[in-house]
Design a protein around this ligand. Structure first.
Ligand SMILES: Cc1cc2nc3c(=O)[nH]c(=O)nc-3n(C[C@H](O)[C@H](O)[C@H](O)COP(=O)(O)OP(=O)(O)OC[C@H]3O[C@@H](n4cnc5c(N)ncnc54)[C@H](O)[C@@H]3O)c2cc1C
Length: 464
C-alpha cells in the first residue's frame, strides 16, 4: 500500500472500498502465462493481507468490469471509481469505453497514471505541441531528469469503508494452470530486492547490464509490472544513493545508467499513452507497409532455443526456465528473429509474452519495435546484432551459454574437452546444433530488402 497513486487519490474523496475485478481479458492474460498468474496471485494475496491488517479486505468479483463496478458502487454508496491506467493497447481501449459507461451511470471516474515514475503528461508539459509526446529517447531523457517523482506515501490518510460487501475468494495460481502463488510477489520482497541491488550490484551495473552470466541487474521488472514496488520509489531510492558523497565516479556512472533504464521504461509508457495504436502498428509511419515474414523454416528452432547460435539459444532457454531473460540477450535474440530470419516483431513479442512473468505489453512492444527498426530508434538503418561477435564480447568464456544449454555443458564435461581451453570453442565443426542461417548472408539479404523498401517509400509513398 506504500506509494500507490490510486489509493492516495481515492483517499481524497472519502472512504475506500478496495476492489479487484477478474474480467475476461485479465483471466485470458493470466491463463496465457502460468508464471505470470502465480506472481499476480501472490501480489493479490499480499495486498489482501495488508488490507486485513488495517481492518479492511479486498472485494473480489468475477465478470464484466463495468457491471461489477456499478454493483459495488450501488451496494456501498460510492460516488466514484479510481483506478490505475493500463498501458496495454487492448485494455486502454476497453478502459476508455468503461469511463463513458460509468459516467453515464452517474459515477465519477478518476484514472491515475500510476505505472511510470514520471507520468507522460509531466514530461510533455514543457512541449509546445499539445497531445503529443516524445518520439525520441534523448530529448525525453533530458526532460525526464528534471522531473521529481511524486510521493504518495501517506497511508495514515487512508480510511476504508466498513460496509459489509459480498466478496468471492481471492484468486489462486491453480485457477490459471499454475501450481502455487509466487511467494516473492510481496512489497517487502520487492523492497529487499531493491535494497540488495542498490547496496551490492548497482555500483557495477554498467558491467552487469552487459554481462549475461552475472546477476548484475536489479531483476525488478515483475515487481514494477505488478506494482509490488512503484517506479517512483525505485527512482527516489536510486537518487538518494547517488547523493552519497563517498561514491566513486564509476559507481556514480552505474547508478546514472540504472536511472536511464528506468527512464526508458517511462519513455515507452509515454509512447503508449500518446500512441495507443502502436500495439499493432509501427510507431514509424514510413515503416507501416514494410512486410516482415510471418513464418520461416527456422522459426520453431528460434522459439525452442535451437538456432545453433549459443547466445540466442541460451537466452531463450533462460526465458523458458525463469520467465525472464537477461536484457542484453533479449536485444540479440530479438534482432536474430527480425533480421536473420526476417520474421515479424509481433510474432516474437507474442511468443515471449507466453513465458515472461512481467506483464508489460507497452514495454515489450516499444523494445521489439526499437530492435526491428520500426519504432523509436531513429537510426537510418536498423542495428543488426551479430550473435557470434556479441557472444565473444559479452560471454567470452561461454559461462552463460553453458549455464543454459545442456548440450554444451555435457560436451564440456565429457573427456573430449575437459582439459582444453576454458574458452569453449563454440563454433567448431561439431556445434551442439547446426546454425540455422549464415548470419552475414541473412543480414545482407535483409538490408537489401529494407533499403529497396525505403527507396520506394521515399520516391512514391502513395504507391504502397
Ligand atoms: C526485445 C525486448 C523485449 C523486452 N520485453 C520486455 C517486457 O515484455 N517487459 C518488460 O518489463 N521489459 C521488457 N524489456 C526490457 C528489459 O529487458 C527488461 O525490463 C529487463 O530485462 C528487466 O530486467 P531487470 O529488472 O533486471 O532490469 P534492470 O536493468 O535492472 O532495469 C531496471 C528496470 O528498468 C526498466 N528497464 C530496463 N531496461 C528497459 C528497457 N529496455 N525498456 C523498458 N524498460 C526497461 C525495467 O522496468 C527494469 O526492471 C524488453 C527488452 C527487449 C530488448
Amino acid at each position: 500500500m506504500d506509494d500507490q497513486a490510486g489509493l492516495a487519490e481515492a483517499s481524497n474523496y472519502g472512504e475506500i472500498v478496495p476492489a479487484l475485478v477478474l474480467d475476461e481479458p485479465l483471466v485470458r492474460t493470466l491463463r496465457s502465462s502460468p508464471r505470470r498468474a502465480a506472481f499476480f496471485c501472490g501480489a493479490v494475496a499480499a495486498l489482501d493481507a495488508r488490507l486485513r491488517e488495517r481492518g479492511s479486505r479486498l472485494i473480489v468479483r468475477r465478470g464484466e468490469s463495468t457491471a461489477i463496478l456499478r454493483d459495488i458502487a450501488r451496494e456501498s454508496g460510492a460516488e466514484g471509481v479510481v483506478w490505475g491506467a493500463s498501458s496495454d493497447g487492448a485494455s486502454l481501449r476497453q478502459e476508455r469505453q468503461m469511463i463513458d459507461e460509468l459516467q453515464r451511470s452517474g459515477l465519477r471516474c478518476v484514472v491515475v497514471n500510476d505505472a511510470p515514475a514520471v507520468p507522460a503528461t509531466e514530461t510533455t508539459a514543457a512541449k509546445s505541441a499539445v497531445g503529443d509526446g516524445y518520439r525520441a529517447f534523448a530529448p525525453y531523457f533530458e526532460q525526464w531528469r528534471q522531473c521529481e517523482p511524486a510521493v504518495y506515501e501517506a497511508p495514515l490518510l487512508l480510511r476504508f469503508s466498513t460496509i459489509e460487501l459480498r466478496t468471492e475468494r481471492t484468486p489462486v495460481a491453480r485457477d490459471f494452470g499454475a501450481v502455487e502463488n509466487d511467494s516473492r510477489a510481496t512489497p517487502q520482497e520487492a523492497r529487499d530486492q531493491l535494497n540488495r541491488f542498490l547496496s551490492e550490484s548497482a555500483v557495477q551495473y554498467s558491467i552487469g547490464a552487459n554481462v549475461p552470466s552475472e546477476e548484475g541487474t536489479s531483476r525488478l521488472s515483475a515487481h514494477l509490472s505488478f506494482g509490488t514496488i512503484s517506479a517512483r520509489s525505485v527512482v527516489r531510492a536510486t537518487n538518494e544513493r547517488c547523493r552519497d558523497v563517498f561514491l566513486l565516479t564509476e559507481e556514480r556512472l552505474s547508478l546514472k545508467r540504472f536511472l536511464r533504464a528506468l527512464a526508458l521504461r517511462d519513455f515507452f509508457l509515454q509512447l503508449r499513452w500518446y500512441h495507443p495504436e502502436t500495439d499493432c502498428a509501427p510507431l514509424q509511419e514510413r515503416m507501416r507497409n514494410f512486410s516482415f515474414a510471418v513464418d520461416h523454416p527456422a522459426l520453431e528452432s528460434w522459439m525452442q532455443g535451437r538456432t545453433g547460435f549459443p547466445l540466442v539459444d541460451a537466452g531463450i532457454r533462460q526465458l523458458h526456465a525463469m520467465g525472464w531473460m537477461h536484457p542484453r540477450v533479449r536485444s540479440i535474440a530479438a534482432s536474430f528473429l527480425c533480421f536473420d530470419l526476417g520474421v515479424d516483431w509481433k510474432i516474437g513479442r507474442d511468443e515471449w509474452d507466453r513465458h515472461l512473468t512481467e506483464d508489460d505489453e507497452a514495454l515489450a512492444t516499444g523494445n521489439w519495435q526499437w530492435i526491428a527498426g520500426v519504432g523509436a530508434d531513429l537510426a537510418a538503418y536498423p542495428r543488426i546484432y551479430n550473435p557470434e561477435r556479441h557472444a565473444r564480447r559479452f560471454d567470452p568464456a561461454s559461462q552463460y551459454a553453458r549455464r543454459w544449454i545442456d548440450e554444451l555443458r555435457a560436451d564440456l564435461n565429457s573427456g573430449r574437452r575437459r582439459n582444453s581451453d576454458p574458452q569453449l570453442p563454440l563454433f567448431t565443426p561439431r556445434p551442439y546444433a547446426a546454425p540455422v542461417v549464415v548470419h552475414k548472408d541473412a543480414a545482407r539479404a535483409f538490408l537489401r530488402r529494407y533499403t529497396a523498401y525505403l527507396k520506394q517509400e521515399v520516391a512514391d509513398p502513395a504507391s504502397r
